[in-house]
Design a binder for this molecule. Structure first.
Ligand SMILES: *Cc1c(COP(=O)(O)O)cnc(C)c1O
Length: 415
């Protein structure tokens, strides 16, 4: 039977880059230089005014990064993609484009540590308010939105709380009040998660994680579906009169990204482009192992609970299947009797590495409260509510039986 649409792996491997290469290189060369030369002053003028589409300076755009952005655009089905230097750069670029003094962001306290600090501490100094609510409760979200709300923001599976909001419901609530829905989709990559199907307007990704192809580099993506009517945004409504649904794209591309200077480096784009080519394969393997390990951990003595939304007894199982399919990523958390038990467990592991980061090719374990959330004040620690007896495991590409054996021996230390 002839398939209508090519599989995403084939699609990715068949992508051509935009401009011909002199030598017919099969992969995009790394254009590592800072600046590009012109034959005449007229050509320079045209390039600097954005009329010819030519590159001028690698803080603004670069052929290798452009090729990577174009590949991501095709995979995600987005209208525009901006590649930046980290996941945090993606989030800060977005909010420095849409937020303004007096505006507010509606989100929950269950956020990645630096996102929490960006909203609550960094943006606060510029007069941006963050409103924490329960994103699992539409009424609570609706109550917190007002005419100064610049976005509703959520992580698609919160890290490390592992909660899943109903994105369609969130989009509906936000859109009914003329507010865009912005999500951090780092935890589940395409093709397992297709943001545009759920009414997401802007997607941010830490490409350091799955995309980099094994923790090769730090990077971030701003993925713009051009679905939101920016004439409702006090910050972008003037621009929307001329740019229409492209108002956000124009603002971030021609102003904010240039001024912040956090564009992705060509070396990173090259590494992550290669990572993209094996993404589907690695995701399949790692997420299948993760699901198997989640079920396995539940059978071991000494486990208090296991959180993985792909387990049928998880409270988010149904919505997780609707949004992400059978394998909602390669990260799980589990609880032991105490923080001391967690430390003893971590210290006995021989295959699984003691490190932060997610979706390396190697399996990684961390005690989030004492590390990622360690620098927070007691007040903020209380707000983020990360349990002291919880460990986070990011599952890699090792043989799953070897991972099971490692987990088992860490429970049963030799006398
Ligand atoms: C890692 C991570 C980030 C930050 O990404 P960096 O590339 O480290 O800046 C943001 N959100 C989530 C969910 C993450 O896991």
């Amino acid at each position: 039977m002839k398939k209508e649409k090519k599989d995403i792996s084939t699609l990715i491997l068949n992508q051509r880059f935009l401009r011909e290469d002199t030598h017919g290189s099969i992969s995009m060369p790394v254009y590592s230089g800072a600046a590009f030369e012109f034959a005449s002053a007229e050509e320079m003028e045209s390039a600097f005014l954005g009329k010819s589409g030519r590159h001028t300076y690698s803080r603004i755009s670069n052929p290798t990064v452009e090729a990577f952005e174009s590949r991501i655009r095709q995979v995600s089905g987005a209208a525009h993609v901006l590649a930046v230097s980290s996941g945090m750069a993606a989030i800060s670029n977005v909010f420095l484009t849409i937020a303004y003094a007096g505006s507010n962001i509606v989100t929950s306290t269950h956020l990645f540590g630096n996102t929490f600090s960006l909203f609550l501490v960094t943006l606060k100094a510029f007069g941006v308010e963050v409103r924490f609510c329960n994103l699992l409760d539409s009424n609570d979200v609706a109550k917190n939105i007002d005419d100064k709300t610049c976005a509703v923001f959520t992580e698609i599976i919160t890290n490390p709380h592992m909660e899943v909001a109903d994105l369609k419901a969130l989009a509906e609530t936000a859109h009914s009040r003329n507010v865009p829905l912005v999500v951090d989709s780092t935890i589940v990559p395409w093709p397992a998660f297709e943001a545009r199907k759920f009414g997401v307007d802007l997607e941010v990704v830490s490409s350091t994680k799955y995309l980099s192809g094994g923790a090769t580099s730090i990077g971030g993506l701003v993925i713009d579906y051009q679905t939101f009517d920016w004439s409702h945004s006090p910050r972008l409504n003037t621009l929307a009169q001329t740019a229409g649904e492209k108002a956000f794209t124009v603002k971030i591309r021609t102003e904010v990204s240039r001024n912040l200077g956090a564009y992705m480096s060509p070396q990173t784009a090259s590494l992550q482009s290669l990572g993209l080519e094996t993404l589907s394969l690695r995701f399949q393997r790692a997420s299948q192992s993760c699901k198997e390990l989640a079920a396995y951990l539940q059978t071991l003595p000494g486990i208090v609970s296991v959180q993985y939304t792909g387990l049928p007894d998880n409270p988010f199982y149904k919505i997780s299947c609707e949004q992400f399919g059978e394998y909602p990523g390669a990260m799980l958390t589990f609880n032991l009797s105490s923080q001391a038990a967690c430390y003893a467990f971590i210290n006995r592991l021989k295959v699984i590495r003691r490190a932060t980061n997610l979706f390396d090719n190697k399996s990684l374990i961390i005690h989030p409260l004492s590390t990622i959330y360690g620098p927070l004040s007691d007040e903020y620690k209380k707000m983020v509510d990360v349990p002291a007896n919880m460990l986070r495991l990011s599952v890699g590409l090792e043989n799953v039986e070897d991972l099971k054996a490692d987990l088992l021996q860490a429970f049963l230390p030799k006398p």
